[in-house]
Design a protein around this ligand. Structure first.
Ligand SMILES: NC(=O)c1ccc[n+]([C@@H]2O[C@H](COP(=O)([O-])OP(=O)(O)OC[C@H]3O[C@@H](n4cnc5c(N)ncnc54)[C@H](OP(=O)(O)O)[C@@H]3O)[C@@H](O)[C@H]2O)c1
Length: 279
């Protein structure tokens, strides 16, 4: 039976997930979109149909395993199989590690790590039965090298890297590719949704020296272009590649780089601290 190639994408209501859904739809794929905001999902589904694909929106909170299983099951029921799973849903958290609330830490792992794990499990079951497929797991450049004020987020994305590397080798004998996707700063709603002790404005100012942001389309185009190919990992920008290399060769140098990039914020925090102590 000839069936449409099908991709499930979590976090498809905005940003990288939305761009990826549209990129597959333009190639005539069926896309099954998962996220919590129903209207946004329906809107993206409409855009995907207009772009030439088929689309199904399934309201999903990835922190709930049954909902992720339902998302994958819906894809198989509607389109007969599953060729690509893009585990992309996630959010950021801002704050120094010793100030992160335990509940906040659990919550970011529930979404960024466990949500992705549920997606991997559900997709792998289908792909193994089917004889192949491709799983993309979205981490981050700061899932390869910890970043100050992003400890909770970095930790959740490091966990994604570890899981992906393990799974990548395990899945070879099943003809399932597993690719780690590590975007750098990307122009999406991400910065408006950052949680933690300060505003997204404070979060963005911590990257004040990194003036350029990537377009989410760049991430989407890459994912689509390497679908079906055994690509272990994608880091997008020269800066990101340099940081990953520096972190593996010299943690001390990588610390210095991180301090350099976050200096403005660190200086402001030190000033605030000094004022508090002085007063
Ligand atoms: N933007 C960057 O600079 C950057 C850099 C590196 C990595 N990333 C990663 O890229 C991925 C996509 O982020 P983005 O930049 O595209 O940001 P975004 O525009 O804020 O998109 C995040 C997506 O995740 C969904 N989401 C959040 N919590 C969810 C939950 N509990 N269940 C289901 N869906 C959930 C959101 O949809 P709903 O709110 O509708 O649920 C939204 O569709 C994330 O994993 C992020 O960590 C982003």
């Amino acid at each position: 039976m000839n069936r449409k190639q099908t991709a499930v994408i979590t976090g498809a209501s905005s940003g990288i997930g939305k761009a990826t859904a549209l990129a597959y739809a333009r190639r005539g794929w069926a896309v099954v979109l998962g996220a919590r905001r129903k209207e946004h999902l329906e809107e993206v589904a409409d855009q995907c149909r207009k772009a030439g694909g088929e689309a199904l929106a399934v309201v999903t909170d990835v922190a709930v395993e049954e909902q992720v299983q339902n998302l994958v099951r819906s894809a198989v029921e509607a389109f007969g199989g599953l060729d690509v799973m893009v585990n992309n849903a996630g959010f950021g958290h801002y704050g120094r590690v010793h100030e992160v609330g335990s509940e906040d830490m659990r919550h970011i792992f529930d979404v960024n790590f466990h949500g992705l794990f549920y997606g991997c499990k559900a997709a792998a079951g289908v792909m193994i039965r089917q004889g192949g497929g491709h799983i993309f797991n979205v981490s981050s450049v700061i899932g390869k090298r910890g970043s100050p004020f992003n400890g909770a987020y970095s930790a959740s994305k490091f966990a994604v890297c570890g899981l992906t590397e393990s799974m990548r080798v395990e899945m070879r004998s099943y003809n399932v590719n597993v690719t780690l996707v590590c975007p750098g700063l990307t122009r999406t709603e991400f910065f408006g949704n950052v949680r933690g002790r300060t505003s997204s404005e404070g979060y963005q100012s911590s990257f004040v020296r990194l003036r350029t942001m990537m377009d989410p389309q760049k991430v989407a185009r890459k994912i689509v272009a390497i679908t079906g190919r055994r690509v272990p990992q994608v880091v997008f920008t020269p800066g990101g590649k340099f940081l990953v290399l520096a972190a593996s060769l010299s943690p001390r140098f990588a610390d210095w780089l991180m301090k350099f990039y976050h200096d403005d914020l660190l200086r402001r925090q030190e000033q605030t601290q000094a004022t508090r102590q002085g007063g």
